[in-house]
Ligand binder design. Structure first.
Ligand SMILES: CC(C)(COP(=O)(O)OP(=O)(O)OC[C@H]1O[C@@H](n2cnc3c(N)ncnc32)[C@H](O)[C@@H]1OP(=O)(O)O)[C@@H](O)C(=O)NCCC(=O)NCCS
Length: 357
């Protein structure tokens, strides 16, 4: 098992705790692990082989470890053989290792680090209550020949915190209604995102958009919204027409978790489709999903907020078309992309004011 793990593509790619690609290395890994257990120095790694009961036989399925620093913190590591993945083996193994660290080893804080993009590992840490990860550039050493350090995620868990998720991990659902589909973003949408975001009207009314807006910015956007959904703060959809999987716009619910039960809505139409009513249908779908109860398959929010610049007539029209109520204005609240300062008109929509899913 250890040899196969040491040769596994995922382990090699993410470069964690995997001992060994050759039998001799595997043997020395087990010998060193055993020696460290017998020494039990305050800072020596605590390493286990994980066994799983399958068809009545205990089978070696992976490794789990923590590395105390001797001063109350310990870093965790784990690897599961491909034949045993996606069965919560890592979650169960790490839970046991954490229990040991917190109760037998006087560890106060466990730290988790992974390379940006190692979603399976992030999900394990999330399930066990680790804090929402921070991204740190160059956190991890480069692989082999690669001299450039890799960007990493880092999170922590204290001994007295519950080992259950500390925040919601949102999954972007695919919604379809009225000939319009809302689906998760993909990197292959980047070209269309660039076209939509380079457009002068978009640049005027979305002053936070980077300028110039190129493929790099679009790829970063797709990564960012995946990250925001996984930390429970934003749901962002790519809008397409039924039967044609080409991006025609975007709808997002952001600020989730800031005020319980509330979120803000944002949207953008690709310049080619403006004036056809597609975004009205898309925003309606997103609002319906947001304001439908959890038990009926929605997000269970109570209220949505929308803010549009005074001169942005099409956006204000979408808000009214989906049934929002104009509630007021924030005077001279936004400097637009062209430098002019305008009032922002506020709208809201409450649960019960839209037909649920
Ligand atoms: C990370 C690793 C240990 C997970 O092992 P595992 O036994 O499959 O983990 P679990 O089944 O306990 O949990 C994995 C979760 O990630 C999810 N997952 C897997 N791939 C995913 C992806 N690409 N995106 C999002 N979630 C993903 C699984 O569905 C599962 O979610 P669930 O809890 O809702 O079921 C395993 O993939 C591995 O050995 N990777 C290589 C070594 C490594 O990366 N170690 C960690 C370094 S920090």
């Amino acid at each position: 098992m250890l040899v196969e793990l040491g040769r596994d593509e995922e382990c090699l790619r993410w470069g964690d705790a995997s001992p060994t690609g050759a039998p001799t290395q595997a043997r020395s890994w087990t010998a060193v692990a055993a020696e460290r257990w017998s020494e039990r120095l305050p800072y020596s790694p605590r390493q286990w082989v994980v066994e799983v009961l399958r068809e009545g036989v205990w089978r070696a399925a992976g490794t789990v470890e923590y590395r105390p620093d001797g001063h109350g913190a310990a870093e965790v590591g784990y690897a599961v053989h491909p034949a045993f993945r996606d069965n919560r083996v890592a979650v169960r193994a790490l839970d046991l290792a954490l229990e040991h660290a917190f109760t037998q080893d006087d560890v106060d804080t466990a730290r988790w680090r992974a390379e940006v993009g190692n979603w399976a590992s992030r999900r394990v840490a999330w399930r066990l209550g680790f804090s929402a990860p921070l991204t740190v550039r160059g956190l991890l050493p480069g692989h082999g020949q690669e001299r450039r350090p890799r960007d990493g995620w880092v999170a922590s868990l204290r001994h007295d915190e519950a080992r259950t998720p500390a925040y919601p991990w949102l999954v972007v659902p695919t919604l379809e209604a009225g000939g319009v589909v809302l689906r998760p973003w993909r990197h292959t949408d980047a070209g269309r995102i660039v076209e939509a975001c380079q457009d002068p009207v978009s640049q005027r009314y979305l002053p936070a958009l980077p300028r110039p807006y190129g493929i790099g910015e679009a790829m970063a956007y797709v990564d960012r919204v995946r990250d925001s959904a996984a930390r429970g703060t934003e749901l962002a959809w790519c809008v397409t027409e039924t039967g044609a999987d080409v991006c025609v716009g975007s709808v997002a619910l952001f600020g989730l978790g800031t005020q319980p039960g509330q979120a803000e809505v944002g949207y953008l139409a690709h310049p080619q489709v403006r004036g056809r009513g597609l975004l009205t249908v898309a925003v309606q779908s997103a609002c319906r999903y947001a304001l439908t109860s959890l038990t009926a398959g929605g997000l269970g929010l109570d209220r949505l907020l929308l803010r549009a610049a005074e001169s942005n007539a099409p956006s204000r029209k979408v808000a009214l078309a989906v049934g929002m109520t104009q509630t007021g204005r924030d005077r001279r609240a936004e400097r637009l992309g062209d430098g002019t300062v305008e009032d922002m008109v506020r709208f809201d929509l409450l649960a019960g004011e839209i037909t649920p899913l």
